[in-house]
Design a protein around this ligand. Sequence first.
Ligand SMILES: Nc1ncnc2c1ncn2[C@@H]1O[C@H](COP(=O)(O)OP(=O)(O)O)[C@@H](O)[C@H]1O
Ligand SMILES: [Mg+2]
Length: 593
Amino acid sequence: MKALNTLNKFFYKYRGRLALGALFVAISVVFKIFPAIYVRKSFDLVEQALKAYTSDAINFELSDFQGQLILYGIIIIAASLLNGLFTFFMRQTIIVVSRFIEYDLKNDIFDQYQKLSLAFYKRNNTGDLMNRISEDVSRVRMYIGPAIMYTLNTGLLLLMVIPVMLQINMKLTLYVLIPLPILAVVIFYISKKINIKSEQVQRQLSSISTFVQEAFSGIRVLKAYTREDDSLNKFKVEADHYLKKNEELYRINALFFPFMILLIGLSTILTVYIGGQEVFAGNISTGNIAEFIMYVNYLTWPVASIGWVTSLVQRAAASQERINEFMNVTPEIKNESEEPFHLKGDIEFKNVSFVYPDTGIKALDDVSFKVKAGQSLAIIGKTGSGKSTIATLLTRLYDTTHGQVLIDGKPIKELNLYDLRKAIGYVPQEVFLFSSTIGENIAFGIENANPEKIEFAAKQAQVHENIIDFPKGYQTRVGERGITLSGGQKQRVSIARAIAKNPQLLIFDDCLSAVDTETEEKILSNLRSIIKQRTTIIISHRVSTVKDADSILVLEKGKIIEQGSHDELLKANGYYTAMYEQQLIEEPKNMVD
Ligand SMILES: Nc1ncnc2c1ncn2[C@@H]1O[C@H](COP(=O)(O)OP(=O)(O)O)[C@@H](O)[C@H]1O
Ligand SMILES: [Mg+2]
């Protein structure tokens, strides 16, 4: 239950509204009692009228009683209306507050998610992250809204109704109230069972969604391998399971109301039976029986709700605990400086080693190199040699295990992280485009985008011609429900996105791999002027991509094995030369786009 304390700050934030809500609850409860009292008065009045009539029919004046009775009727209707009105106000305030808090909580969680490092995302799957921000938050909301509202309502109702009942007749009150605690306990167990079952249903539902999503993302493979029947059978198994779980859920659910009605009936019979005895004994009036029946009806649902609310609170506590687990993670990569940082572009790796935290794979081993501002550095090596890891360290998605990365002579950890990242144009190896328009994708990293900037970047990346060939040009949607770009087109859009930022440091991580050598040549010659003005890191496994760089690093298993310009490396006649000669032979095959 302690987990729920995290929410106190929100209660404090909305204390005014919550207090108002509590006031509305109190008022609505007061108006709820009125009808019962006036029903009793009416009954008693009718009884009195009957007595007067039977004893002296000649002098009996109906109008003596009629006016009174109509007045009672009006009071009953008015009080019921007011009760309804304040119940409406109560829901308006308390349930709305719960929605406010839900909104705040979601924003907080999303903000925290964005701060967490890549390592965190490696450890936790997306489904888990999504569940906490959607399902868990809505469970917590049930605690904030309905749970608090019903608790207030029940508490105040018991507090006001029971004294009134006791005042009328102690014995009757005790008898009538006996079934209620049993009701609360039983409802608690039923709700708990219902919750467990509905969680199973929910889990099965998300399992179905995952299955369907995967089937349709991979629809090409699925069709090409004619696995439709097999896929349908698997789906049926999942759907069967879902059906079964739902059947189980509704078997228990169906118990809920009959059980409540049974207990209400029991209380009513007790009221009439014991009440009748008390009337004969002259302790209460017949009107009191009617009044009591109304009280019993008022109390049944709130008392049953104690059981329901308890199970809600338990569930909310478990959910909040899951939320807190992620909220309390301190991001491994933190910004250590608020000072603005303007990147010049000097880079130095000083004996850098890097081990991936969860796998223990040593990706870089004692790597040292320097790049002066405005220079270009190329990194070449086979897959798995650690090239991308260098890019990851430069953007500080991870921190080094040993050694230091220095930017403009200062350790990267001491710089303003956001300014650093703003100054970097990074084209990751795995292209990712958001499902929006091509234009918006290119403009992703810039604050004040305009069509000229976007077009300029696209032209530099050699993708402008392709884009204007689409009927909607830059407004063409990509991703789901949009067009599918070829691998090479995607890479070039991704390059345009980096260029559009006009960054001080450009990092191209193997981003020309899906482009044929001819286009590559064009892109590189286009980029020449851009590359000249800033520090550029070009990562590739192809000699053709790297040969013009000021300096080239050859990586093998995380170590630098050769270093120098293209000509120097060829003179050295080592690993690089061997790669070069091999790729010259393979060149014609390199048409991938
Ligand atoms: N996120 C990661 N978690 C764990 N190991 C990784 C991760 N990324 C890369 N590696 C491992 O680190 C080594 C270097 O990878 P990488 O830098 O991507 O090489 P390259 O870019 O040269 O292909 C590889 O052995 C790879 O399996
Ligand atoms: Mg790589």
